[in-house]
Design a protein around this ligand. Structure first.
Ligand SMILES: [Zn+2]
Length: 429
């Protein structure tokens, strides 16, 4: 009897093992089938794309607010029921270009993907490195892969409804710059202009390239930055002609006024924290959602000083003497538009809190909306300098410079040399 029982148990175990092996073989077969080029869900991005990973679910046709555990949009559609957003589903028509998918850009792309954005166009030419693992998003097993492709693979799994187009190139070379401009102009889901460009790059040259492209195309964009000491950051909304462009005034930064040229020296390694990057990414995507879905108040500038948990907000007017020719054209267009509008919606915008320079303790280069623009000669600098004497203690030694003019002048020189280089390259062609 005992022997028979043992035999039966052994037989059952064998059957289980066989069934498991069969199941595995079937799964592998399914995976291979799904990886074939004509499988559904694989028509994403542009034609140069390699094979796409298998999405975990079918695409969803219409967003539903139904509260069931299997609905990936129930919590987002709840924003509508709660009266925060009027028409959340509009997000599916929107296209956002993200330039730079590093510590900030990758998190931005993930947030937008989870929010169900219609389409993302990702630009980056870097590879994932193990040294990036102190940040969010990328996994160690992705080291060596191009960032945009690694990002696409992850994002398609997170939300297969989002169309993802990737470009593994540097936007600051002449040919790539042209493609970049063309994608801004025609990259949307309806082959028209994208809804927003988000700059999440870590260098001045790329920011200038985004600025030039957006001024040229009259494209609204948002800039973001995290300081090289990892304890401050900012986001900035830029509407050509209406707000200061990136070339109008020296970059607005919180706390650390470090000349970028000194940061890329041999042996000088920037610090980074997942916290600061995630905070900045969160601000950027929140501002993006408010802008795209038309709720709340879109911020023109939000700074973040992590050491003091200080979040300054500001608006900056464009500089009528901006170096960027397209910026001047957009300024004239904006002025004409404003003059022709009988009801000027701008006036109805809530007034920003005035900047109190005495309380400006962290060396923030900001300009009050009522004043003209910040320039290296601007009397505003003295206002900032005055505020510096109350500098936050730990930041004082390393980050706050009493005299901001040299850094601003250096920024201006750098900007000019980049523009000269781009013009020279274009002329060579
Ligand atoms: Zn400008």
């Amino acid at each position: 009897m005992k022997k028979q029982q043992d035999e039966l148990t052994g037989f059952a175990e064998n059957i289980d093992d066989l069934a498991n092996r069969l199941k595995n073989a079937l799964n592998k077969l399914e995976e291979r089938k799904a990886e074939s080029p004509d499988a559904p869900g694989n028509q994403l991005g542009n034609s140069q794309q390699e094979k796409q990973p298998t999405p975990y679910r079918e695409k969803i046709g219409k967003l539903s607010g139904e509260v069931v555990d299997s609905n990936p949009y129930s919590r987002l559609m709840a924003l509508q029921r709660m009266g925060i957003v009027q028409d959340y589903e509009k997000i599916r028509e929107k296209t956002v270009a993200v330039v730079g998918v590093g510590g900030v850009g990758s998190v931005v792309a993930e947030m937008l993907t989870r929010c169900g954005i219609g389409k993302l166009i990702l630009f980056d030419y870097d590879k994932v490195e193990i040294a990036n693992m102190n940040r969010l998003f990328y996994q160690p097993n992705q080291a060596g892969l191009s960032k945009v492709e690694a990002a696409r693979d992850t994002l398609i799994h997170v939300n297969p409804d989002v169309e993802i187009e990737v470009h593994n190139f540097n936007i600051t070379t002449v040919d790539n710059f042209d493609t970049f401009v063309q994608r801004i102009r025609q990259g949307s889901l309806t082959n028209s202009r994208v809804d927003l460009v988000l700059s999440c790059v870590d260098n001045f040259e790329a920011r200038m390239a985004v600025n030039m492209a957006c001024n040229e195309e009259n494209q609204i964009w948002m800039e973001s930055g995290v300081s090289e000491n990892a304890v401050s950051g900012h986001i900035q909304y830029i509407e050509p002609g209406k707000t200061a462009c990136f070339a109008c005034v020296p970059p607005l930064v919180v706390a650390s006024n470090i000349d970028e040229r000194t940061l890329k020296r041999d042996g000088v390694c920037a610090a980074s924290l997942p916290t600061t990057m995630a905070v900045v990414a969160g601000f950027l995507v929140m501002n993006t959602l408010k802008y795209l879905l038309n709720f709340g108040e879109v911020s023109h500038y939000v700074g973040y000083n992590a050491l003091a948990d200080f979040f300054p907000r500001e608006s900056i007017k464009p500089n009528p003497f901006c170096d960027d020719n397209h910026c001047l054209i957009r300024q004239k267009e904006y002025e004409a538009r404003k003059a022709s509008e009988t009801i000027d919606l701008e006036i109805q915008e809530p007034e920003e809190e005035p900047v109190v320079h005495e309380e400006n303790e962290w060396g923030i280069e900001l300009v009050d909306e009522s004043e003209p623009v910040l320039s290296s000669e601007s009397p505003n600098n003295s206002g900032v300098a005055e505020g510096l004497k109350f500098a936050y203690e730990p930041a004082k030694k390393d980050n706050v410079s009493g005299d901001l003019s040299p850094a601003q002048a250096a920024t201006h020189d750098l900007m000019q040399s980049i523009k000269d280089k781009l013009v020279q390259e274009a002329q060579k062609k």
